[in-house]
Design a protein around this ligand. Structure first.
Ligand code: PLP
Ligand code: CA
Length: 306
């Protein structure tokens, strides 16, 4: 692939780049904001794109929130948005389970490692689930649990569980890992909302959702199907919903191994990197996965003068 175009301050280049696309898929954290701090010019930049007839979709790997939660976050930061414009990994995983997976009638339950975002989206798709934020699973393992699990006792291993879905869980514990392991061993489909090893917070990194499935990968020797960026299952679901021409779509992101790879493998017309998040200029310019173009920051798009 050719060296990426550096578009900051290049008015003609920016205009030409923007004219190639009808749809912009936006990664959120690291592009529009960092944590709870919105980057200056984010609102104006999205306004500019909308004013010029571009469709925007917010695509986030954050599984702890539902689409409605995310919409609230966007609006709270002053970004006008609708639930329909948000595509989160919690939603992506939920529609994959309800619409793509063909589960036997008696194996429709999901064992959740994760937070309320996943639970809300599963509920919206009428997918039954256990685990998650239920206090019954947020406890230490007890001596009698081992025996019950070994015997496959239905009081601890629900025979209707056909899927294990792993997202970020702030209360991950030994009991949940043991149950998830046994469900998959008994034939449940192993899914992950996303496999980001880490996530940024307060200027450093913390364990990401991928670090929740890592112990299970260690135990099982198999990988989950991921429904977040860069998985093309997520791209297919986004395309199915928004019906856009991939050659006229651009993925905007801060992370090469999730966002940029997502756009490149999805054969989108463009990928645009911004330097306000995880990946560095060095990675954009000389890494193995390079965007088509990059900017110092998203609001440099305002320099197009459109
Ligand atoms: N997962 C969690 C739990 C997060 O909090 C975040 C960022 O806020 C992410 C993933 C990464 O999200 P994004 O894909 O919007 O960068
Ligand atoms: Ca990001």
């Amino acid at each position: 692939t050719p060296a990426p175009l550096y578009l900051t301050g290049n008015k003609d280049g920016l205009r030409e780049f923007l004219s190639k696309f009808d749809v912009f898929l936006f990664d959120c954290d690291g592009v529009l904001w960092s944590g709870d701090h919105i980057f200056p010019g984010t609102v104006e930049t999205l306004e500019l794109l909308r004013k010029n007839g571009k469709q925007v979709v917010f695509v986030t790997n954050n599984s702890t929130k539902s689409r409605a939660d995310y919409c609230k976050k966007l609006q709270g930061l002053g970004i006008p948005s609708t639930v329909e414009e948000v595509f989160s990994s919690s939603y992506s995983a939920s529609i994959y389970i309800s619409r793509i997976l063909d589960l036997p009638k008696d194996k429709k339950k999901v064992f959740v490692i994760g937070e309320t975002g996943i639970e809300q989206e599963l509920r919206a798709e009428n997918v039954p689930f256990i685990g998650g934020t239920d206090p019954a699973y947020r406890r230490d393992i007890q001596p009698q649990d081992y025996k019950l699990i070994a015997e496959g006792d239905s009081s601890i291993l629900d025979p209707e569980v056909g899927v294990v879905l792993v997202g970020l869980d702030f209360h991950l514990n030994y009991l949940k890992l043991a149950l998830a392991f046994h469900y998959v061993k008994r034939g449940a489909v192993f899914l992950a909302t996303n496999i980001d090893s880490t996530l940024p917070n307060s200027g450093t990194l913390f364990p990401g959702a991928g670090s929740m499935s890592a112990p299970l990968i260690m135990m099982l020797g198999s990988e989950p199907t991921s429904l977040g960026k860069p998985s093309q299952a997520m791209m297919d679901a986004i395309e199915g919903k928004f019906k856009f021409d991939r050659s006229r779509a651009c993925m905007v992101g801060d992370r090469v191994n999730t966002d940029i790879r997502f756009g490149l493998e999805g054969k989108l017309g463009g990928t645009l990197g911004v330097l306000t998040g995880v990946s560095s200029k060095d990675e954009f310019v000389s890494g193995a996965v390079r965007p088509h173009a990059y900017l110092d920051k998203l609001s440099d798009l305002l320099g197009s003068g459109l």
